[in-house]
Design a binder for this molecule. Structure first.
Ligand code: NAD
Length: 383
């Protein structure tokens, strides 16, 4: 198959998430970076794009110019800009018939998210959302274990995403963190929309269940912050599982603490993003065993998502690579008029993005009502 043509918006020089997308999209040789509007500063963005090998005439100063010139030329565009820009950019590219991988949160309002999901359905385009940690091989294995019944019914999930990088009051004006607490750029939630939502997506992804209702407590620990930097959220999922979720940006000493524990009737699982190559599995009444990524006896889902041999570190950009590999397979199958590999259908979609935005809005509403239980479903998915 010819390489697919890829465009990137945001992810400019010094950005946090740009490098993981460039590595993830490139690692399997499935995409070529052909066009980009990489930076809010037009000149800096063009320079950086040309340095990455993009042709000067396809290194754009803004996404509108890119859209005007790239219709029909790109198979996939990644949107890796600050949150409030996701909606207009994603909407415009979907309307132009271009598939999109949008960073999370997909939009800042439920209404926008409903519109994106409807636009993707109407235009027949793929809209994926980058819950990239669901691409880890052992996360996919956890999902497979739950689906085949190894744990019995899932009773409880404890999910965390805590870091301490926004804890320094003296650094609160750092441009990389400042926008995350500005409602005009971040939306109605900071750390829950930024980090907690990964933990919620992962809980839903592994359990195969969606959020029904929730109760939340939000706090802004640093004075002057308009949005929360710590949150505790309790959820009930539609298959009966209970989720206890903690997320924080002020947990000094925590690094990238996306940790999950899944407790079923007949066993428990434990996995941590900072040690992604080991999964702890405890069948009821038996001793804990460690499952190694790349090792024998894992599911086809895990085997497909693993590239480096067992014992060598494999991390986050390769988890993103699994989202890109899924998208490449589905896009190529459409172009070739064939059925895609069913193992490639695990990427997060606009429906997942929509469910997340509804959960964010419900959590904000609950936190404003001293933890009242609130329906966490988007209006279009309440029947
Ligand atoms: P950042 O501030 O580090 O970088 C943002 C980049 O976008 C910068 O290069 C900036 O110049 C550029 N930009 C801003 N507005 C633009 C515009 N209108 N057009 C083109 N480029 C523009 O932010 P970040 O941490 O990289 O976050 C970007 C997005 O990625 C956010 O939505 C964030 O939530 C998401 N993110 C996701 C993950 C994940 O694990 N999936 C991790 C980190 C960030």
């Amino acid at each position: 198959m010819d390489k697919l043509n890829w465009g990137l918006i945001g992810g400019g020089k010094g950005s946090q998430i740009g490098p993981a997308h460039r590595i993830g999209a490139a690692i399997d040789g499935l995409f070529t970076l052909q066009a980009g509007a990489l930076d809010i500063d037009a000149a800096r963005g063009r320079d950086f794009a040309i340095g990455l090998g993009i042709a000067p005439e396809r290194a754009y100063g803004d996404w509108q110019a890119m859209l005007a010139n790239e219709r029909g030329r790109l198979d996939l565009v990644t949107v890796a800009t600050p949150n409030a820009t996701h909606y207009p950019i994603t909407k415009a590219f979907l309307e132009a018939g271009i598939n999109v991988l949008c960073e999370k949160p997909m939009t800042v309002t439920v209404e926008q998210a409903e519109d994106i999901a409807a636009t993707a359905a109407r235009t027949g385009t793929i809209c994926a959302v980058n819950y990239g940690y669901s691409g880890y091989a052992l996360v996919r294995h956890m999902r497979a274990m739950v689906a085949r019944g190894d744990l019995g019914r899932v009773r409880l999930i404890k999910a965390e995403f805590a870091h301490g990088f926004h804890a320094d009051a003296a650094d609160a004006d750092n441009p990389r963190s400042r926008w995350r607490y500005n409602p005009a750029q971040a939306g109605i939630s900071a750390v829950f929309a930024d980090c907690g939502i990964h933990a919620l997506h992962m809980a839903s992804f592994i359990a195969g269940q969606q959020a029904l209702e929730l109760s939340a407590d939000f706090v802004a620990c640093l004075p002057g912050r308009l949005l929360e930097d710590d949150a505790m959220v309790n959820l009930r999922l539609d298959g009966g599982a209970v989720v206890r979720l903690w997320t924080s940006a002020v947990a000094i000493g925590r690094m990238h603490g996306l940790n999950i524990q899944v407790f079923g009737e007949t066993g428990g699982l434990r996995w941590a993003q900072e040690w992604p190559n080991q999964l702890f599995w405890t069948p009821l009444g038996e001793t804990t065993r460690i499952l190694e990524r790349g090792g024998p006896g894992l599911s086809p889902e895990a085997d497909r998502a693993s590239r480096v041999t067992m014992g060598h570190a494999e991390g986050m950009p390769l988890a993103f690579a699994n989202i890109y590999a899924d998208l490449a397979e589905v896009i190529a199958a459409r172009k070739q008029g064939r059925t895609p590999d069913p193992l490639a259908l695990h990427y997060p979609t606009a429906q997942d993005g929509l469910r997340s935005i509804a959960a964010i809005r419900a959590a904000v509403e609950s936190a404003q009502s001293r933890g009242a239980w609130v329906d966490a479903r988007p209006p279009s998915l309440r029947s």
